[in-house]
Design a protein around this ligand. Structure first.
Ligand SMILES: [Zn+2]
Length: 390
């Protein structure tokens, strides 16, 4: 990967490049930042730059044989370790006990989803519901791989993605990290320092990454994914600076969630039972992930309604279409109710993540909205309604 393909973090790119130019590259670093911030793509770009045969002042050349291999993630001196599913039974060709056995899949994944998160990767390699891990065998293999001299370049680099998955067996790497073989650099790439074993963490120099800005995410969606400007902005707002989530949002729904929300609210407001249930049936057909993303969108939307009701300055986070709709809806709901609605969506997301029945959840929600709009006499009381009355 080239530095210019990595979104944002310009100051950091500059610092990494200077460290190479001044020959002061710390040999064990942790690229630490929130999910979807791009610390893995940055590690790939840095590994490529370290080995580029004619590096420039701002980027690798992209042309030399070393760059060509790094771009395809097949460079013999750039090694990868990542959480994976160990398969130790079955036919010989099906046995996959260390990262080297998963390399073809890993390379495809890096090409397709360089900003992908742990779940994206694990779903990419399996259909069952197994947890990934970095096992003892892989730790042994790291020691073995790094014991060789470099094949064809100046640096041997190990990119270790998600050291959070290194458990006790990670301690086997301590000596290697402390007294690395010549010209060896460790690039750990992680999100949560509390989940990295202390013995490892204390030996790494931390390189902190911030969240990406909304406009950086929107730019990426527009330029790299060809998403239309308006949707790109909408998704960027929802993504919270997380490119992995933004990519999921785009994949899940190219169309705007606004019209879906509007149909739902109109059916509830009109108290049209047929429309309400037809809408529910549509919702139930969606996958869990899409249902969740829709609720994230609803929270975002109602948050804006709430701000509008309080006369907060319009932040241009809504499209014109959404703004009109938000104003209408805001006129029909009290601010206290909107606050409660956001909490409810949060609760529903929690239940969806724990595999609750979508049918029960959405039926409750739809009926609640309908009653709510109509200040329905509390003859059928539901725990939620009591708090929902105006
Ligand atoms: Zn090059």
């Amino acid at each position: 990967m080239l530095f210019r393909e990595v979104i944002g973090h310009e100051a950091l790119k500059h610092r990494l490049i200077s460290s190479v130019q001044q020959n002061r590259v710390p040999h064990a670093q942790l690229f630490l930042g929130p999910e979807g911030c791009g610390n893995l793509p940055m590690a790939l770009a840095f590994a490529q730059y370290l080995n580029c045969e004619s590096p420039g002042n701002t980027d690798s050349c992209g042309q030399c044989p070393s760059c060509q291999k790094a771009l395809k993630n097949i460079h013999p001196d750039i090694h990868f370790t990542f959480p994976f599913i160990a398969i130790s039974t079955g036919k010989k060709e099906e046995i996959k006990e260390k990262c080297a056995d998963w390399l073809p899949e890993w390379r495809t994944f890096l090409q397709q989803q360089p900003y992908g998160n742990y779940n994206n990767w694990i779903n990419f390699i399996q259909k069952e519901n197994k947890q990934g891990n970095i096992n003892a065998k892989e730790c042994g293999d790291i020691i073995h791989r790094l014991s060789f001299k470099t094949f064809e370049s100046s640096w041997k680099v190990l990119v270790l993605w998600l050291p959070e998955f290194l458990e006790k067996e990670g301690n086997r790497l301590l000596k290697l990290i402390e007294e690395p073989p010549e010209q060896t650099i460790f690039l750990f790439v992680g999100h949560n320092p509390d989940r990295i074993i202390n013995t490892i963490l204390s030996r790494l120099q931390i390189v902190p990454f911030g969240r990406l800005q909304e406009d950086e995410v929107a730019w990426y969606l527009q330029e790299e994914q060809g998403v239309p400007a308006q949707s790109a902005r909408q998704v960027a707002v929802l993504s919270n600076g997380n490119i992995a989530r933004a990519a999921e949002l785009v994949q899940v729904s190219q169309e705007s969630y606004t019209s879906t929300l509007r149909q739902w609210m109109l059916a509830c407001h009109a108290y049209d039972i047929t429309d309400m249930f037809a809408w529910n049936e549509q919702f139930i057909k969606w996958g869990r992930e899409q249902q969740k993303q829709f609720f994230f969108y609803c929270i975002h939307f109602f948050r804006e309604v709430y701000l509008m009701q309080h006369g907060a300055a319009v932040l241009n986070r809504l499209t014109e279409d959404e703004m009109n709709f938000a104003q209408k809806l805001g006129g029909k709901l009290s601010a206290a109710s909107v606050e409660r609605i956001m909490e409810l969506f949060d609760t529903y997301i929690y239940f969806i993540e724990r595999n609750a029945s979508a049918r029960i959840l959405i039926t409750q929600m739809t009926v609640s909205f309908a009653h709510f709009f109509h200040r329905h006499p509390a003859d059928i009381r539901h725990p939620f309604y009591a708090e929902w009355e105006l």
